[in-house]
Design a protein around this ligand. Sequence first.
Ligand code: 5GP
Ligand code: MG
Ligand code: MG
Length: 184
Amino acid sequence: MLERDIKEVLVTAEEIKEATKRLGAQLTKDYAGKEVVVVGILRGAALFMADIIREMDVYLEIDFMDVSSYGEAIVSSGEVKILKDLDTPAEGRHFLIVEDIIDTGRTLRYIVDLLKYRKAASVKVCTLLDKPERRLVKDLIPDYVGIQVPNEFVVGYGLDYKQKYRNLPYVGVLKPEIYQETTE
Ligand code: 5GP
Ligand code: MG
Ligand code: MG
């Protein structure tokens, strides 16, 4: 049913699984002997978060943040609104932020700076997808990247269009008529 709305699959379920395993093995090495707080950025990262932590053989805790961008005029400052903050105090702790996709980099710039301001011991970023062409915050370089995608709006595996399509097991591009239909 949902599949009818997809123009093209960009990342298959198999490729997502491979990337997750590869990143999980690397994270297991890098965090050996440390405890880490893994922070999922709601809602898009929920699926990737659930899968990546099961590939990490380290002592970890999980927490979530929900953020939204302010209107366009303010967004250039990179300021984001926190809808749900962490429950975990940050001082002295190692954080791994898990994102679905990095686009301009503004959201993560804000969150990384916030955790540093709160005196986290370390802050690293792990994203399933990266759209490097679209980056505006040039120094936002994710520490762990699953797959690079071209400059197209993608849905699936957590990523939505108008809150739908998050449950697709792969990442793809919607047919143009889907946008037309729902914006009438
Ligand atoms: P940034 O602050 O890096 O511009 O925005 C990152 C957020 O925008 C992502 O976490 C995601 O929620 C949303 N986003 C960016 N690109 C896409 C995309 O291609 N598809 C979807 N569904 N969301 C996107
Ligand atoms: Mg997101
Ligand atoms: Mg969204």
